[in-house]
Design a protein around this ligand. Structure first.
Ligand SMILES: Nc1ncnc2c1ncn2[C@@H]1O[C@H](COP(=O)(O)OP(=O)(O)O)[C@@H](O)[C@H]1O
Ligand SMILES: [Mg+2]
Length: 210
């Protein structure tokens, strides 16, 4: 028996990290073995790529490099972490996955989404999540939560988080368009609601996979 693969998507500040933790606890309480990972990251090489893409460089990655760096990190975590876990029956929860590439580099930066899908299929060897939770919030909400979180953790916005209002609007529209195209895979949750309501909605959706 194989485990289920659940990905969390949406803007920074949308609640992905918060709800992944809550869902992991919920699934463990149901007796499931759970692995939580994130993108880019989850293996040594992929974490190094993560720090590379977050670095303040004189020559920040051009769009093509950005795509390929994210895909290299994904290929690594899929081969070495996610697939082996699923094969052992472990449930894998991943903070961002392929849909972030389509939303950020496709809808956000204007790379042809069909090309991104082909490159992504190569990187993932065709692995598609069993369920994708889209934490949808208006940009004002994610922005104010992000600012609060940065004040809490003394951190600053990275290169992608600093992108303009128009970029964030395209991103949100992209995520919602993909969810509409694949309603059987996506669960769209209104993450501007109270935390408990949001997590209840996620648990109800996930119960159908159990
Ligand atoms: N439904 C919610 N109501 C209020 N605050 C929330 C809610 N969901 C998340 N937050 C807060 O918003 C901030 C960003 O959430 P986080 O889980 O870090 O988002 P992400 O991982 O998507 O960037 C955190 O400080 C978190 O506590
Ligand atoms: Mg997070």
């Amino acid at each position: 028996m194989t485990g289920k693969f659940i990905t969390f998507e949406g803007p920074e500040g949308g609640g992905k990290s918060t709800h992944i933790k809550l869902l992991a606890d919920f699934l463990r309480s149901k007796g499931k073995e759970v692995l939580v990972t994130r993108e880019p990251g989850g293996t040594r090489l992929a974490e190094l790529i993560r720090s590379l893409v977050r670095e303040e460089l004189e020559d920040p990655p051009v769009t093509q490099s950005e795509v390929l760096l994210f895909l290299a990190a994904r290929a690594q975590v899929v081969s070495n972490v996610i697939r082996p876990a699923l094969e052992k029956g472990v449930w894998v929860l991943c903070d961002r996955f392929s849909d972030s590439t389509f939303a950020y580099q496709g809808y956000g930066r204007g790379v042809e989404v069909d090309l991104l899908r082909r490159l992504n299929d190569f990187a993932t060897q065709g692995l598609v999540p069993d369920m994708t939770v889209l934490l949808d919030v208006p940009p004002e909400v994610s922005r104010s939560r992000l600012l609060a979180r940065q004040a809490d953790t003394n951190s600053t916005a990275d290169r992608i988080e600093q992108a303009g209002e128009d970029f964030h609007r395209r991103l949100r529209e992209g995520f919602l368009a993909m969810a509409k195209d694949e309603p059987q895979r996506f669960t769209v949750v209104d993450s501007s609601k109270e935390l408990e309501d949001v997590s209840k909605n996620i648990e109800e959706a996930v119960l159908k996979l159990l």
